[in-house]
Write a protein that binds this ligand. Structure first.
Ligand code: GLU
Length: 375
């Protein structure tokens, strides 16, 4: 018996290109009517809905009379998205009586506090006015380094930003399987995932469509981002109208990724999931124990080596030195020292920092409050 859908008041629902453009280009209504019905009925019940919709590139392809190909360059995608985005909005608008509001975001908007707050306020205002926010990545201006890249992760960021209590990801698969059901007929369906571990990532593969950016991997990443902040996440098959109807009856047709028991604070979530990781600091066992058990800050004496190039204030991964090289990441934190300075003080006592560097802005490398442990 699948579990019931957890109670919710505000949902972010993500609709992928596979549903909007089943033939990889254009905008189709084939799969959108049950999704629209779910949205309309939820709104009638007084619940709040934010839609994250892909499909701008696919709509642009049809408008420019081009075929989908996996090797689209960035300028090509940007031009196609610019052409297709207004068509995508018009397509959705036909399905609702409510005003539909276009919200285009980039990674920068999610990473920088002031822009994050602006986006959050706008979405709140739209909900207060009974509009339906329809979010997409601003593909036209987002370059490779500055883009979220796929709308699964974008939807998770939006769920966090909008303080939603449910994230629904609609794609063309029935949920999570322990193997790829398209190639492994006896693959087993997982109705519930209580914790997202490395095993879950090992089970899933990559993207397989020309216009969509995501695959099962990005869906699990999105679920991890959302559940870490206390947001239940469900993966449903949007090509099956009965999946959407079941959601409307508070049933759980696909896979439920349960929210964690102790969600991360907004700041720690931002550090772990929104800040890019600029490099790594490898620490000894003693330091790792102190971080894990004692709630300590990371001191230079525990640092064994430094990888990558980073500056003071950047976010870095913390790993433990083992005989086989650095372990998996045990924490992520904001460093008080850049690469060059840290190489000079690694392995040394804090009181020696001033002598070595001529200045000692902090006696720790990462302060406890600037550190998130991961397991
Ligand atoms: N933003 C892209 C679009 O609207 C889709 C990205 C994705 O498929 O995840 O075409």
């Amino acid at each position: 018996m699948p579990p019931p859908l957890p109670d919710w008041d505000r949902v972010v629902i993500k609709v992928g290109s596979a549903l909007i453009a089943p033939d990889d280009r254009g905008c189709s209504t084939t799969h959108l009517l049950p999704i629209a019905r779910f949205i309309i009925e939820s709104r009638h019940q007084g619940k709040e809905v934010i839609l994250v919709s892909s499909g701008a590139v696919a709509a642009g392809l049809a408008e420019q009379d081009r075929d989908a190909s996996p090797g689209l360059s960035i300028p090509e995608r940007q031009a196609l998205a610019a052409t297709g985005q207004p068509l995508l909005m018009a397509h959705w608008r036909r399905l609702f009586d409510a005003p539909c509001a276009q919200v285009l975001l980039t990674y920068d908007d999610l990473q920088r506090r002031s822009r994050f707050v602006n986006a959050k306020n706008t979405i709140q205002e739209l909900l207060d006015r009974d509009a339906l926010p329809i979010v997409n990545e601003n593909d036209t201006v987002a370059t490779e380094e500055l883009q979220v890249g796929d709308n699964d992760n974008l939807a998770a960021y939006v769920a966090v930003l909008a303080e939603a209590d449910l994230l629904v990801i609609c794609s063309d698969v029935d949920g999570l399987y322990d193997a790829d059901p398209r190639t492994t007929p006896d693959a087993e369906h997982r109705p519930v995932v209580n914790r997202i571990t490395d095993d879950i990532y090992d089970m899933v593969g990559g993207a397989n469509r020309a216009v969509a950016r995501g695959g099962m991997h990005t869906k699990v990443e999105a679920a991890e981002k959302a559940t870490d902040r206390g947001i239940d996440t469900v993966l449903v098959n949007g090509t099956k109208g009965d999946h959407l109807d079941a959601l409307g009856r508070d049933e759980m047709p696909g896979t439920l990724f349960r929210r964690v028991d102790r969600p991360l604070s907004a700041r720690k979530h931002w550090m772990l999931h929104a800040l890019p990781t600029a490099g790594r600091i490898v620490v000894d066992d003693g330091a790792a124990q102190a971080l894990r058990n004692g709630g300590a800050s990371l001191l230079p004496s525990g640092v064994v080596s430094v990888g990558g190039t980073f500056a003071q204030g950047d976010a870095v991964a913390v790993m433990v030195a083992t005989d086989d090289g650095p372990s998996a990441r045990i924490a992520k934190g904001i460093t008080q020292y850049g690469t060059d300075a840290l190489r000079r003080i690694q392995g040394r006592q804090s009181h020696a920092i001033a002598d070595i560097l001529g200045t000692a802005p902090a006696d720790h490398v990462i302060h406890r409050d600037d550190l998130v442990l991961v397991d």
